[in-house]
Design a protein around this ligand. Structure first.
Ligand code: C2E
Ligand code: MG
Ligand code: MG
Ligand code: MG
Length: 286
């Protein structure tokens, strides 16, 4: 490789880098506009009791309907909003929307909270205010956090979580099985619930040693008095496996895909779903 080649490659990388920075800035501006022009929607995915298969809760999942019709998932745009701090405004919007929608359903509501929100010292007060404004009962609300929220700044996180719990709101550890959550970690934070990540559920169905780890995680969680939800269940085999492993609740396309608020009520009174074929969320690519 000649010197000249190296230099050209550097220039190329720099151009690429500038372009992606620019793309991120554009995306952040679009997100700002989206909040202003009400392009966000909240969809709800029911969680069922692993035994009775009755709906016990819903998880609020943010959707963005862009005017140009191009679809972007929250796993793409939330990190951008986190980077710029816009997540605080978006997160408050989601909480207010979800508490308003779920008020009449009479079941538990789970809302995802990102690390940047938890680090914001205003957050617990904002939450208290939203609960008061909407009249949503705190004991029916749970916040889903991931371990990155906690490892970055454990002291701040612990203080925020104490305040959140003081309001009567439960805390759930999301995406368990994808990171480093240890026994010490689970002891320190005392989550009310644990959510097994979809990758753990899917891979445990085919990998025996992973299944052994999943089983011991579940028994540890239960010994610590935590409830356990399995996420991303798409087949009856997976449902049977997580049920016999001791999961309390199941969430996944086998039962329900995320749906608009207007469709939730009909499922609360309908017959218990028999599973059948997993259905992805309409209008979203997977
Ligand atoms: P998550 O909290 O782990 O949510 C579960 C994800 O799995 C959702 O993806 C859901 O649509 C998807 N899912 C559910 N059942 C199945 C299944 O059976 N099969 C498959 N393949 N997928 C299934 P989604 O809606 O794209 O959300 C992705 C992530 O974005 C969420 O992961 C969460 O971390 C984040 N997120 C979503 N809404 C919000 C929000 O309002 N605030 C924050 N901070 N994060 C959010
Ligand atoms: Mg979640
Ligand atoms: Mg999850
Ligand atoms: Mg997950």
């Amino acid at each position: 490789v000649s010197k000249r080649d190296g230099k050209m490659r550097c220039t190329w990388f720099k151009d690429e880098f500038d372009r992606s920075l620019e793309a991120l800035r554009d995306l952040d501006n679009d997100l700002r506009a989206a909040l202003l022009h009400e392009e966000f929607r909240v969809h709800y995915q029911p969680l069922v009791d692993s035994r009775t298969r009755h709906i016990v809760a819903v998880e609020a999942l943010l959707r963005w309907q862009r005017p140009d019709g191009r679809d972007l998932g929250p796993d793409v745009f939330i990190p951008v909003a986190e980077e710029s701090g816009l997540i605080n405004a978006i997160g408050a919007w989601v909480l207010r929307r979800a508490c308003t929608d779920a008020l009449r359903w009479g079941i538990k509501l789970s809302v995802n909270i990102s690390a940047a929100q938890l680090r914001n010292p205003e957050f617990p007060f904002q939450l208290g205010q939203i609960l008061e404004e909407t009249g949503f009962p705190p004991e029916r609300l749970e916040l889903e956090i991931t371990e990155t929220c906690l490892v970055l700044d454990p002291l701040v996180a612990e203080r925020s979580l104490d305040l959140v719990r003081g309001l009567g709101v439960d805390v759930v550890l999301d995406d368990f099985g994808t990171g480093y959550a240890s026994i010490g970690f689970l002891r320190q934070f005392r989550f009310e619930k644990l959510k097994l990540d979809r990758s753990l559920v899917v891979d445990s169905a085919v990998d025996e040693s992973l299944r052994a780890m999943m089983l011991s995680s579940i028994s540890m969680a239960r010994a610590l008095k935590m409830r356990v939800t399995a996420e991303g269940v798409e087949t009856e085999d997976q449902a049977a496996m997580v049920r016999s492993a001791g999961c309390d609740h199941i969430q996944g396309w086998l039962f329900f895909a995320p749906m608009p608020a207007g469709e939730v009520a009909q499922h609360l009174t309908a017959e218990v779903p028999q599973g059948g074929t997993a259905k992805a969320e309409p209008g979203r690519k997977v």
